[in-house]
Design a protein around this ligand. Structure first.
Ligand SMILES: [Zn+2]
Length: 307
């Protein structure tokens, strides 16, 4: 979860005189990046769940003044969500209650400020009233293996920060990575939304690439992390087709016999400290899957609505 409000883009573009009409967007009551309903619908209709990794980022005002007039400063630290926002907090609680996992999305400077992990994890846990065991680093900011050591010390049990923003092929081996030969696990392979969407010219070409990757993962008994930004990329106006491809890749994976679910649930099915993917799959196969199309409530800004 990086961007769930389309605010910094409006303000920045207007300030640059690029398009003054953009400023009207700030006043618009419809927030195009509030896409939780769509994600929940997609997953509930396929009978799967994912993890929402929450970013508790510093504010622009907490950053050095030199960053206040740079686009990078705005992009990284302005227009972020606040986990205390009642709409955000209520949404996270609903996700948690209906079987989604809540994870940590370690903030931009967390790899340099390891004490941030405990602070961010504690804050999100207290807002959602759940236990967080997984992390994915914002912007892939990862020092190996120090960041993993700090995460482990903060109580995180697995990390999904290995991957690439440009490639979808095999990246860091097929097996689970155990940097400390203990129960701390790193998943080796990610399919990031941007890398997937840039892998082909047409949707069919993109899906064919994904099928190849899924087949390789199946052949090698590996784990793939499907890494989509919750929020902006599920807005079809700004990111046409990104949400559809997410849905279709999950469908393909299910058709190929994959187990699809939150990484935390997979982690719990692995025996530690030396269990394999194969062993976890056997253990998961013995459990009952949630019914497809399980009912979930609608979540909108302004609170949870029953319908
Ligand atoms: Zn991020």
């Amino acid at each position: 979860m990086d961007r769930i409000y389309k605010t910094y883009q409006y303000v920045w573009n207007a300030a640059q005189g690029l398009d003054l009409r953009e400023l009207a967007g700030v006043l618009s009551s419809k927030n195009p990046y509030w896409t939780f309903d769509r994600i929940m619908d997609i997953e509930a209709s396929l009978g799967v769940r994912s993890s929402f990794n929450v970013l508790d980022e510093m504010r622009l005002s907490e950053r050095p003044k030199s960053e206040w007039l740079t686009k990078t400063g705005w992009k990284l630290f302005a227009g972020r969500y606040d986990i205390d926002d009642p709409d955000v907090a209520a949404t996270l609680r609903v996700l948690d209650a209906f079987g989604w996992e809540i994870g940590l999305h370690g903030s931009y400077t967390s790899s340099e400020n390891p004490e941030r992990f405990e602070y961010e994890k504690d804050r999100i846990e207290s807002v959602v009233d759940t236990e967080i065991i997984g992390n994915r680093q914002h912007y892939w900011n990862l020092s190996r293996p120090e960041t993993w050591r700090h995460l482990s010390k903060a109580g995180i049990k697995y990390d999904t920060s290995l991957g690439s923003s440009t490639d979808i092929d095999f990246q860091h081996g097929y097996d689970l990575v155990r940097p400390f030969d203990d129960e701390f696990v790193v998943f080796p392979w990610s399919l990031m939304d941007g890398a997937v969407m840039n892998s082909g010219e047409t949707t069919e070409e993109i899906l064919a690439n994904c099928r190849d990757v899924l087949a390789a993962a199946r052949h090698h008994r590996s784990v793939l992390v499907l890494d989509w930004h919750a929020g902006d990329v599920f807005s079809d106006t700004d990111y046409p087709g990104w949400g559809d491809v997410y849905e279709r890749v999950i469908e393909e994976a299910l058709d190929m016999g994959a187990w699809v679910g939150p990484p935390g649930e997979f982690y719990e099915a692995v025996s530690h400290p030396d269990g394999t993917v194969e062993g976890a799959l056997e253990s998961l196969a013995q459990r009952e899957k949630p019914a497809s199309g399980a009912e979930v409530p609608a979540v909108s800004e302004g609170g949870v609505t029953d319908d």
